[in-house]
Write a protein that binds this ligand. Structure first.
Ligand SMILES: C[S@@+](CC[C@H](N)C(=O)[O-])C[C@H]1O[C@@H](n2cnc3c(N)ncnc32)[C@H](O)[C@@H]1O
Length: 322
């Protein structure tokens, strides 16, 4: 096998809907805000611009390379605190810093342009590189581990659930046949296997879906989002806001359904004549339909094309009088 030559890639990421996010989130310039996916720091810079000297911003990312890059752009200070970690652990981070609840939280999901463009990270089928795909290099399982060692049924489940790829069975068959002869170690090898099954113009779409599926599985993206959202929402102050930008329907569905559930409050079966659970709505949506980038933004940044921004505001807890 030829080992791909990996060129260093500079950190470049254009934030999506940055001013809309800042408009929605920052209501109190002296408040406490959390960017749970700080990436290249574009949104964080837009948020920081709106804060006064009393305001504080926590920036979190599970990718140490992202944090190293953002440190040059936005130096760590008492007002901007950078942390390596998963946004799932934001409540713990707030506890450690003696903060009960915050004014705003941003999650800009998925991978950054830097991660996609760096062949050494193995996220993209357009550059040849090791089949890695870990956002956090401390994770143990890589995409290569899944492709070379996961049982057939698991690979089928990953590619059909997280990639929604119809040609999943023939793709998995060719992966299994190939790995019996030699391991599939690079993004280029995997893309060629997909292309050997899906030819013509659909090949690129199938490659995108297979790569997306493996990336979601390696980083446990959907489970993390589902577990994190309610806990983050309950760390908002009354009137505090959460904004989430999703880039594919699977993650957007989780955001939509979580918001709907918490907006509704009551969990009694619909056939019950009166509410017995006495749960009150925890949030209200602050954008009626998800905000999307306009044509101009899409022209300037084609990767913004699939973005959908949802935002919600925490309602006072009526039972506690908070
Ligand atoms: C779309 S980029 C964010 C870009 C950023 N908003 C900006 O303006 O530059 C997503 C970032 O979130 C990080 N990320 C994804 N899931 C995460 C998680 N569960 N916890 C922490 N960081 C995560 C990725 O490593 C990546 O750097």
């Amino acid at each position: 096998m030829n080992t791909p030559v990996l060129e260093p890639v500079s950190f470049r990421h254009v934030p999506v809907l940055a001013q809309t996010v800042a408009d929605l989130l920052v209501q109190d310039p002296g408040g406490v805000y959390v960017d749970g996916t700080i990436g290249g720091g574009g949104h964080a810079a837009a948020l920081a611009e709106r804060l006064n000297p009393a305001g504080r911003l926590f920036g979190i990312d599970r990718d140490k390379e992202a944090l190293d890059a953002v440190r040059h752009r936005l130096p760590n200070t008492e007002r901007l605190m950078l942390h390596y970690g998963n946004f799932l652990d934001i409540p713990e981070l707030l506890d450690t810093n003696g903060i009960e609840n915050v004014d705003g939280i941003l999650l800009d999901l998925g991978v950054s342009s830097y991660q996609i463009d760096a062949p050494g990270r193995g996220f993209s089928f357009t550059h040849d590189g090791p089949l890695d795909m870990r956002m956090d290099r401390n994770l143990i399982v890589t995409a290569s581990d899944l492709v070379n060692h996961a049982p057939r049924e698991k690979l089928i489940r990953i590619i059909s659930q997280f990639g929604e790829e119809r040609m999943v069975k023939p793709i998995v068959r060719v992966i299994l046949e190939t790995r019996q002869r030699h391991p599939v170690e690079t993004t280029g090898q995997l893309a060629s296997l997909v292309r050997s099954v899906v030819r013509g113009r659909d090949a690129i779409k199938s490659c995108s879906r297979v790569f997306q599926a493996l990336r979601i599985a390696v980083n446990e993206e959907l489970d993390t989002l589902e577990a994190a959202l309610p806990t983050l929402i309950f760390r908002l102050k009354p009137s505090g806001r959460i904004a989430v930008i999703a880039y594919h329907s699977l993650e957007d569905r989780i955001v939509k359904q979580t918001f709907q559930k918490l907006e509704k409050g009551c969990i009694c079966p619909p056939e019950w004549p009166v509410c017995l659970c006495k749960r009150s709505p925890a949030i209200r949506s602050v954008v009626r339909r998800p905000a999307v980038p306009d044509e101009k933004e899409i022209q300037l940044n084609s990767r913004s094309r699939s973005a959908r921004l949802r935002a919600a505001e925490r309602l006072p807890d009526l039972r506690s009088g908070a």
